[in-house]
Design a protein around this ligand. Structure first.
Ligand SMILES: Cc1cc2nc3c(=O)[nH]c(=O)nc-3n(C[C@H](O)[C@H](O)[C@H](O)COP(=O)(O)O)c2cc1C
Length: 367
């Protein structure tokens, strides 16, 4: 039987050489928001090695959207030009690449976004300290207070997403992935810990922002070139959805109506049970085989609710990924840390060689 990871497949309008995706991984190596020649070589190497789909690191849609040092943007001409050198490198390697478009919302910081206030649905600020900022004496920097977004600002940011999608096309990307995960702006609207609005963007309409962003991006690129990433559970506390059983079907039906057909369900660990079985219609609950606490892994719940295609991720071993693909739990398997650690990931799979273990010091340089 052929290796399910290595079988060519069609994801939306994209013809992929195989079912392996590079998950989006922020590298903080693009000074002034401009990807360098090293960034182009880094992605190009993985494409030349044979990765089916390369998803770029989170790429901010405006200066104000930025929350981390040296992350790339896709809002200026210079950035578009620099990205076109990256997509050229990937295409030369025979690969396909989408741009993950990102607004960090309350995680933005005036020290990183040109001195502007961070913005979020209801002015809730992240707990704790910024992971990448330090005072000159080495002490931690708290997150900045965020401003609640008014109607006008919401409309502007939706248009920023549209413009980012158009810029991605201009830069030669084959599509985009909307970053609706990990408690950044879109997920802050979806998550009731962050969205306390009682207007047409809150409560039962908390997924509307995700839907409106998706709609304009789909208008720009077509359904077959738009991925949407989401994450009901990224870590405990403020970053987890409050009502996953209600929110998951609500988000998925909103995205379907908006024209999204490809989801990238982000879970820290593929088999972690995080979705209460009540998220499913009654007739599907029995086949879903929940754990003793009545919970399902994100991908199983999503598969049972979503008629479109699905990318899976989260501590996937090669064998777990093969089973998930063969059993049609997912259509594409994404790998994050393993692809940072192994520029020759696909070659190693083909040759049956062991993968190099990821260690955080690998983030210090682009190999
Ligand atoms: C260094 C690093 C940077 C990441 N940056 C992003 C990002 O920009 N956007 C995103 O959606 N996820 C990001 N993630 C999450 C990964 O895409 C992936 O979901 C996660 O690492 C789990 O997959 P893995 O177990 O295969 O690494 C990042 C993860 C790591 C380790």
């Amino acid at each position: 039987m052929p290796d399910p990871l290595l079988v060519p497949m069609r994801l939306g309008d994209l013809d992929l050489r195989n079912a392996i995706a590079m998950a989006p991984c922020t590298r903080c190596m693009s000074p002034d928001g401009i990807p360098t020649a090293d960034v182009a070589a880094y992605y190009g190497r993985r494409a030349a090695d044979g990765v089916g789909l390369v998803i770029s690191e989170g790429t901010v849609i405006s200066q104000r959207a930025n929350g981390y040092p040296d992350v790339p943007g896709i809002f200026s001409e210079q950035q578009v030009e620099a990205w076109s050198r990256v997509t050229d490198a990937v295409h030369r390697g025979g690969g396909t690449m989408v741009c993950q478009i990102w607004h960090t919302g309350a995680y933005a910081h005036p020290r990183l976004n040109g001195g502007q206030a961070s913005e979020s649905p209801s002015g809730v600020s992240p707990e704790g300290y910024h992971s990448r900022l330090r005072e000159p004496d080495g002490s931690p920097v708290p997150y900045a207070p965020s401003e609640p977004m008014g109607e006008r600002r919401i409309r502007e940011v939706i248009q920023d997403f549209r413009r980012a999608a158009a810029h991605a096309r201009e830069a030669g990307f084959d599509g985009v992935e909307i970053h609706g995960a990990h408690t950044y702006l879109i997920d802050q609207f979806t998550n009731l810990n962050w969205n306390r609005r009682d207007d047409a963007w809150g409560g039962e309409s908390r997924c509307r922002f995700a839907g409106e962003v998706a709609k304009v991006v789909v208008e720009e690129l077509g359904s077959g070139r738009v991925l949407f990433r989401f994450s009901p559970y990224w870590s405990a506390g403020q970053r987890a959805w409050v009502k996953p059983a209600k929110t998951l079907p609500l988000l998925l039906s909103t995205l379907w109506e908006a024209g999204v057909r490809i989801l990238h369900a982000s879970s820290p660990s593929f088999d972690l049970p995080v979705i209460p079985v009540e998220a499913l219609p009654e007739e599907k609950r029995e086949v879903a085989q929940p754990d003793p606490e009545g919970k399902l892994p994100l991908h199983r719940a999503t598969r049972l609710l979503w008629p479109g295609q699905l990318i899976g991720v989260g501590e996937l071993s090669l064998d777990r990924a093969r089973i998930a693909l063969a059993d049609e739990e997912i259509d594409v398997a994404a790998f994050g840390r393993a692809l940072i650690a192994n520029p020759r990931f696909v070659t190693r799979i083909r040759e049956g060689k062991p993968l190099r273990e990821y260690t955080p010091d690998m983030l210090m340089h682009l190999e």
